[in-house]
Design a binder for this molecule. Structure first.
Ligand SMILES: Nc1ncnc2c1ncn2[C@@H]1O[C@H](COP(=O)(O)OP(=O)(O)OP(=O)(O)O)[C@@H](O)[C@H]1O
Length: 445
C-alpha cells in the first residue's frame, strides 16, 4: 500500500503539470481520486461519484495510465470504483415530459449558446472549466456557482451553455433560466394577483436554477427576501443554483448580508476581458458563422482596435456583413474601418494596465515600477490608489485582477484604495481635477 501511495503521489505531480491552468478540472476529477489497492497487474482507484468514474474512464484514463507507466515502467490495468458509502448521486426526479418544460417559465435557453462554440482563452478558461464541471455534475460540485464579469464578456453565453448541456445529459431535469429582472417582475405580478403560492412552488421544484444579472435584484427588499427563500429551499434540496452578476458578491453593496454570504459559500469565478489571441479567435469564429470572407490581417486589425467587449467584436462582424451587402464581396480595410467607426474605436488605442501604471508614475514623478513594488511610503501609496481607481474606470478589470497588476495586492486592498479615491474626489475638488487630468492624458496619449 505504501508503494501504491508513493506511485500515486508521483503520478499526481505529473498529472497536475498536464492540467496547467485548468486547476478546477484537476481538483475535481484527479485530486479527488483515492488509490485503493495494487496487484501485479492492476491498480484500483476510488472516486466519489459515478460521474467522476465516467469522466475518468472517458477522458482521463490514458493520462492516468501513461503517468503510472512513466513512474513504474509497467502497463497496469486501472480499475475505477465508486465510493459506495457516499450517496452523492445527483437527485433525479421521476420521468419528466419534455413538453412540460415549456410550462416551467423563465426564458427559453438560447440553443446557440453552447460550450462547443465558446472560445476559451486565458481570460475565461477558469470560468469555462468550472461551468463545464457544474453542467456535467449539477448539485455535486460547486453550489451555488457564481460567475461575474463586465458587460458583454460571455456570462449569459456560459449560463445558457450550462443549461443546454444539463438538458442534453439529463433530459429529465427541470432547468430554468431567468434574468433577475424577470424574477422580480414575476414576483410582483404574483403578489398583485395573489398567486404567491404558485410562484413559490414553481421556483421550488426546479433542479437547476440559472439567474442572470443578479445585480438588479440587489436593494429590492421583497424580491431579495423571496429569492433568499427560493435559494434556501433549492439549496437544501440539493438543487443546483447558478448566478451571474457584473461584479463579485462583495461589491453588491445594497445586497442583504445573508444573501451575499450564501453566494460566497459556493464557487466564485470571474471572466476577464479577452486577450488579443482570444479576441482574434472569437472574430474568426464569428466571421465563419456569418460566412464572411475576411483576411486574417483584418481580423487582427479589428482585434487590436476593440480591446474589451466580445459583444462589440460580434457587432463589428455583423456590421461588416451588412456593409458587404451579404454578398461574397471581399472585405477591405475601408469596410472594416467603416464598421469600427460605429464603435468609436478606430485608432483609439488600447488602454492597458501598464499604460496606466506608467502614466501615473510619470505624473507623480515616481521611479519606474514604484507602483508595483512593495513600497508603502505615503506618496507611492496615494499614487497607487489613484492607479487602482483609474484602472477600474478605464478598463473592465475586476478588483482581484487590478491587484494582480499592481504587484499582487489583494481584492480588499484594491477596494479600499478605490473607496479612498472616491471619497477624496467627492470632498476635494483639487483631487477630482488631478484624477481627471491623468485620465485625459491616458486617453490622449
Ligand atoms: N468566449 C466566447 N466565445 C464565443 N462567443 C462569445 C464569447 N464570449 C462572449 N461571446 C459572445 O458575445 C456576446 C455577448 O456575450 P454575453 O451576452 O454572454 O455577455 P454577458 O457577459 O452576459 O453581458 P451582459 O452582462 O451585458 O449581459 C454573445 O453573443 C456571446 O455569444
Amino acid at each position: 500500500m505504501e508503494r501504491l501511495e508513493g506511485i500515486w503521489q508521483e503520478a499526481l505531480t505529473l498529472m497536475e503539470e498536464e492540467f496547467a491552468d485548468q486547476q478546477i478540472s484537476y481538483k475535481t476529477w484527479i485530486k479527488s481520486i483515492t488509490p485503493l489497492t495494487m496487484t501485479e497487474e492492476s491498480i484500483s482507484l476510488k472516486v466519489p461519484t459515478p460521474i467522476n468514474k465516467t469522466m475518468i474512464c472517458e477522458r482521463y484514463m490514458d493520462l492516468i495510465k501513461n503517468s503510472v507507466f512513466y513512474i513504474t515502467g509497467k502497463d497496469y490495468q486501472i480499475d475505477v470504483i465508486v465510493d459506495g458509502d457516499k450517496d452523492l448521486k445527483p437527485l433525479i426526479l421521476p420521468d419528466f415530459d419534455k413538453e412540460e418544460r415549456k410550462d416551467m417559465g423563465g426564458y427559453p435557453l438560447n440553443p446557440q449558446y453552447t460550450f462547443e462554440n465558446y472560445i476559451i482563452g486565458q481570460s475565461n478558461q477558469f470560468a469555462q472549466a468550472a461551468a463545464l464541471a457544474v453542467a456535467e455534475a449539477p448539485s455535486i460540485l460547486y453550489n451555488p456557482f457564481f460567475i461575474y464579469g463586465g458587460s458583454g464578456l460571455g456570462k449569459t453565453h456560459l449560463m445558457n451553455a450550462i443549461g443546454n448541456r444539463v438538458l442534453e445529459t439529463y433530459p429529465e431535469k427541470k432547468v430554468v433560466y431567468v434574468s433577475s429582472e424577470q424574477f422580480v417582475n414575476e414576483l410582483i405580478n404574483s403578489i398583485r394577483q395573489q398567486r404567491n403560492e404558485e410562484f413559490r412552488s414553481k421556483y421550488r421544484t426546479i433542479d437547476v436554477l440559472i439567474v442572470d444579472d443578479i445585480q438588479f435584484i440587489a436593494g429590492k427588499t421583497s424580491s431579495e427576501e423571496e429569492f433568499f427563500h427560493t435559494f434556501n429551499s433549492l439549496f437544501l434540496a440539493n438543487k443546483q443554483i447558478v448566478i451571474s452578476s457584473d461584479r463579485p458578491p462583495k461589491e453588491l453593496h445594497t445586497l442583504e448580508e445573508r444573501l451575499r454570504t450564501r453566494f460566497e459559500s459556493g464557487l466564485l469565478v470571474d471572466i476577464q476581458p479577452p486577450d488579443f489571441e482570444t479576441r482574434a479567435a472569437i472574430l474568426k469564429q464569428k466571421a465563419e458563422q456569418f460566412n464572411l470572407d475576411i483576411d486574417y490581417d483584418l481580423i487582427t486589425y479589428i482585434a487590436s482596435n476593440i480591446n474589451s467587449n466580445v459583444r462589440e467584436l460580434e457587432g463589428t462582424i455583423k456590421k461588416i456583413t451588412a456593409l458587404t451587402g451579404f454578398s461574397k464581396r471581399p472585405v477591405t480595410l475601408e469596410i472594416v474601418e467603416n464598421a469600427l467607426a460605429d464603435f468609436n474605436v478606430v485608432n483609439a488605442g488600447i488602454i492597458t494596465p501598464s499604460t496606466i501604471i506608467t502614466l501615473v508614475e510619470k505624473h507623480f514623478n515616481l521611479k519606474e515600477n514604484s507602483l508595483v513594488s512593495s513600497k508603502r511610503s505615503k506618496d507611492v501609496a496615494f499614487a497607487r490608489h489613484i492607479a487602482m481607481y483609474i484602472m477600474r474606470e478605464l478598463t473592465e478589470m475586476s478588483t482581484p485582477k487590478i491587484g494582480q497588476e499592481l504587484g499582487g495586492r489583494d481584492h480588499s486592498t484594491v477596494l479600499n484604495g478605490i473607496n479612498k479615491v472616491e471619497e477624496a474626489i467627492n470632498t476635494d475638488s483639487s483631487i477630482k481635477n488631478l484624477v481627471n487630468d491623468i485620465i485625459k492624458n491616458i486617453r490622449n496619449r
